[in-house]
Write a protein that binds this ligand. Structure first.
Ligand code: NAD
Ligand code: UDP
Length: 313
């Protein structure tokens, strides 16, 4: 495989930092672009040992110029607390970010992979979710700044593809967790682990019977790189996630038992439009990428707990 120069937007975030590392390990040059809204320099400064690594502080809502062969577009806050903090900015990041990235990719005729989300399915009425499902999204709720702007970003990608034949790839990521999540990220896996390690109450929203399917980050990164390397004309969207499904209560029990914590479960109101169930149908990923997740929830949680023990010490 020949070495490429690759731009990773949102590269200092949780998933982006793992992706930068993987691409550098494969011998590529990587430019990590980030505005540090939810990402952190600490996630990527260790990678500066690779001579082919550069970090650029920039916002994807502004036009940008780089000379690269491939682009992975990850820039966007992903945790509900952060994407709802400044919803208009979230919409700009998703939609203007997609437009800017596609302009750059079109100018360079570069291949571009966009990270969409299982949230395009909203509170899904079919289960598990296949890529053909159009979703059940409230267009005016608190989650819609994220859901609808991610849906619009997909539209921008596919309209560009239809207009110009640009080499695009769209993936829909389902709940992914692992090291490099920020302790204040606000998503369920990091919240529960941090609470358990600090001996604080575990915050269950609603009755905890809602489900999610949790994918360990290493599995996701393998699939992202495999997707980028699929043949021209295969655009996706492709669901990427681990189809093993758990209730939020089951997750809390697992975290408590793996940390040996005596934290108590406490019950809080369920956020508006919180999806009741979520599980990816990964048939397409299996057939097109030859990919299946390998790391089960317990093993992935062990790695993630070890990471949080280190950074909270
Ligand atoms: P994250 O919040 O850790 O990373 C997002 C990164 O984007 C951060 O480093 C942040 O600073 C950066 N960013 C935000 N706005 C920006 C802007 N305007 N300009 C430049 N950089 C900006 O989240 P993550 O979990 O690593 O998610 C990465 C991508 O994957 C996101 O696009 C997210 O929507 C998508 N995704 C993630 C999950 C998941 O479970 N982790 C699920 C579905 C989709
Ligand atoms: N959740 C919870 N306690 C928390 C954080 C989240 O019970 O401290 C719930 C949340 O209501 C949702 C699920 O866990 O039902 C997953 O939430 P997360 O924010 O991780 O992701 P998303 O809702 O985007 O899938």
């Amino acid at each position: 495989m020949s070495a490429k120069r690759i731009l990773v937007t949102g590269g200092a975030g949780f998933i982006g930092s793992h992706l930068c590392k993987k691409l550098l390990e494969q011998g590529h040059e990587v430019i990590c672009l980030d505005n540090y809204f939810t990402g952190s320099k600490a996630n990527v400064t260790g990678l500066l040992n690779y001579p082919g690594f550069e970090i650029v502080r920039q916002d994807v809502t502004l036009p940008m110029q780089f000379e690269v062969d491939e682009i992975y577009n990850l820039a966007c806050p992903a945790s509900p607390v952060h994407y709802q903090h400044n919803p208009i900015k979230t919409i700009k990041t998703s939609v203007l970010g997609a437009i800017n990235i596609l302009e750059l990719a079109s100018y360079l005729r570069a291949k571009v992979l966009h990270t969409s989300t299982s949230e395009v399915y909203g509170d899904p009425c079919i289960h598990p979710q296949t890529e053909e499902y159009w979703g059940n999204v409230n267009p005016i709720g608190r989650r819609s700044c994220y859901d609808e702007s991610k849906r619009c970003a997909e539209t921008v990608f596919f309209d560009t593809y239809r207009q110009s034949g640009l080499h695009i790839k769209v993936i829909r990521i389902f709940n992914t967790y692992g090291p490099n999540m920020h302790p204040n990220d606000g998503r369920v896996v990091s919240n529960f682990i941090v609470q358990a390690l600090r001996g604080e109450d575990i915050t269950i929203y609603g009755d905890g019977k809602q489900t999610r399917s949790f994918c360990y980050v290493d599995d996701l990164i393998d699939a992202m790189v495999a997707m980028m390397n699929t043949e021209q004309g295969f655009t996706g969207p492709v669901n990427l996630g681990n189809p093993a499904e758990f209730t939020i209560l089951e997750l809390a029990e697992k975290v408590l038992s793996l940390t040996g914590s005596g934290s108590k479960l406490t019950f809080w109101s369920l956020p508006q439009d919180d999806p009741k169930q979520r599980r990816p149908d990964t048939t397409l990923a299996k057939s097109k990428l030859g990919w299946e997740p390998r790391i089960g929830l317990e093993d992935g949680l062990k790695q993630t707990i070890a990471y949080f023990r280190r950074i909270l010490a």
